[in-house]
Design a protein around this ligand. Structure first.
Ligand code: NDP
Length: 448
């Protein structure tokens, strides 16, 4: 066996032995190492410095108790996490997720992906992620506020504008960021740069709310254009109906496509006239309702229980924007049968390894999340710049910068895949391009 292949295999065996139960984390590592052998063959110094094992082990994991009181006066206890994965390129940066499924494996997988995503943006940020197994669904605003205050009471000592800058993710939107920031400020004074995704009147950036959804569509558009295609007259399926999905739907329509279906964790809606994103926005962001309510406002639409990827309609572009592992090999085969020519991931790791193999076998365009959904963190980094300079850029300025960053990421990913003799393989392109900058940065700083 080649030295590089053996090094990678041995490193994976060590990780497997250390954390055999961390299914999602192991999956993310496996997907990553499946494409980086050519780099280790070309750079034996990376093997000598054992860079892969250093990169796979987080710099620090903080786990803590979050006691809070519900509206009935009962004391509840949740578990909080922050994984400070890699600071080679700058302060740790990555979102907080509030969802019942959150555990150490999930935050480690998200933090690991975040390192390479942040590196691809070309901005000076390291990688981190955090969250809690708290479920904001069905909780009153006061309960969410008390939980956020307790969460931040512990987290505040580990974060700071030049140290670690959290943002939102599943279950953490403008409401939660507002409460988290309020508590941070109460304990440390006003430092807007400590969190991103803040409401605009608290120092948030215009365009941050839209950034991940718009970004995934910009990336997909560049990818389609390179093959002589575009969104024009394409039918599109978007999973989820949260922050990423809502603005992806809006942008697809602006670019001439038609989103025919979107979902939540209970089911999906199909609207032959195209999904009206303003209704989704009202239902999800304001009323915090279920997606099934959509049909009350759009009588031609249908609601179906179950996975959106079982949809029995023809479509050409799939934008998974809900959660990890929502698409397996069978779902992926079904997509191909329905005419899909491009998949771009708004969510993190929504396609499992079998699904990715199906896309690659069918030779359709496939953009992995760490490249396609980098728009959110890119605009978060722009929010950090605005906060430190005490500036506020217009929506148009931010949107223009976002589109240009997504285009640069696309070009870098595409060209890296070509350089490593796998043109069109954006998994290889994203992993290698993201990895190179971190590896070089880590080596230049010596063992730390
Ligand atoms: P939100 O909480 O705003 O929305 C999540 C959406 O996904 C909801 O519609 C939710 O439905 C659905 N969902 C959650 N879990 C499941 C599940 N198990 N099965 C089916 N549907 C599910 O989160 P975001 O939109 O912020 O995040 C979506 C994805 O995008 C995540 O993978 C996140 O990591 C990724 N991402 C987000 C970024 C951001 O800027 N927000 C940046 C980069 C990536 P329900 O309401 O029923 O729970």
């Amino acid at each position: 066996m080649q030295e590089a292949a053996k090094y990678i295999e041995d490193t994976y065996a060590k990780i497997l032995k250390r954390d055999p139960d961390q299914i999602e984390f192991l999956q993310a590592v496996k997907e990553f190492i499946g494409s980086i052998e050519p780099v280790f063959t070309a750079h034996p110094e990376f093997i000598q410095q054992n860079i892969l094992e250093q990169m796979i082990e987080p710099e620090r994991i903080i786990q803590f108790r979050i006691p809070w009181m519900n509206d009935q006066g009962e004391t509840k206890v949740n578990r909080g996490f922050r994984v400070q994965f890699n600071s080679a390129n700058g302060p740790y940066k990555g979102g907080l997720r509030f969802h019942t499924s959150v555990n150490q494996s999930i935050v480690k997988f998200l933090g690991f992906e975040q390192i390479f995503k942040n590196s691809l943006t070309g901005l000076p940020i390291g990688g981190g992620k955090g969250g809690s197994d708290f479920d904001p669904k069905g909780k009153s605003d006061n309960e969410v506020m008390r939980f956020c205050q307790s969460f931040m009471t512990e987290l505040q000592q580990h974060i700071g504008p030049d140290l670690d800058v959290p943002a939102g993710d599943i279950g953490v939107g403008a409401r939660e960021i507002g409460y988290l920031y309020g508590q941070y400020k109460r304990l440390n004074g006003s430092k807007a740069g400590v969190l991103t995704g803040k409401p605009v009147f608290l120092g948030g950036s215009l365009g941050r709310t839209e950034a991940t959804g718009y970004g995934v569509v910009y990336f997909t558009d560049k990818m389609l254009q390179d093959t002589g295609e575009s969104f024009k007259n394409k039918k599109v399926v978007v999973s989820g109906s949260g922050n990423v999905a809502i603005y992806a739907i809006q942008k697809v329509h602006e670019l001439g496509g038609k989103v025919i279906a979107c979902s939540d964790s209970d089911g999906y809606i199909w609207d032959p006239d195209g999904i009206d994103y303003t209704t989704i926005k009202q239902l999800k962001e304001v009323e915090r309702e279920r997606i099934s309510e959509y049909v009350q406002y759009h009588p031609k639409a249908y609601y179906y229980e179950g996975s959106i990827w079982d949809i029995e309609k023809e479509y050409q572009v799939a934008l998974p924007c809900a959660t990890q592992n929502e698409i397996d090999g069978e779902n992926a085969k079904k997509m191909i049968e329905k005419g899909v020519i491009a998949v771009a991931e708004g969510a993190n790791m929504p396609s499992n390894l079998d699904a990715i193999a199906v896309y690659q076998e069918a030779q359709i365009l496939y953009a992995p999340g760490k490249a396609a959904n980098a728009g959110g963190v890119a605009v978060s980094a722009l929010e950090m710049s605005q906060n430190s300079q005490r500036l506020s850029w217009s929506f148009e300025e931010v949107d223009e910068k976002l589109e240009s960053i997504m285009e640069s990421i696309y070009i870098e990913v595409r060209d890296t895949a070509k350089t490593y003799h796998m043109p069109g393989n954006f998994v290889v392109g994203a992993n290698i391009a993201g990895f190179m900058k971190i590896a070089q940065s880590m080596i230049s700083q010596g063992l730390v």
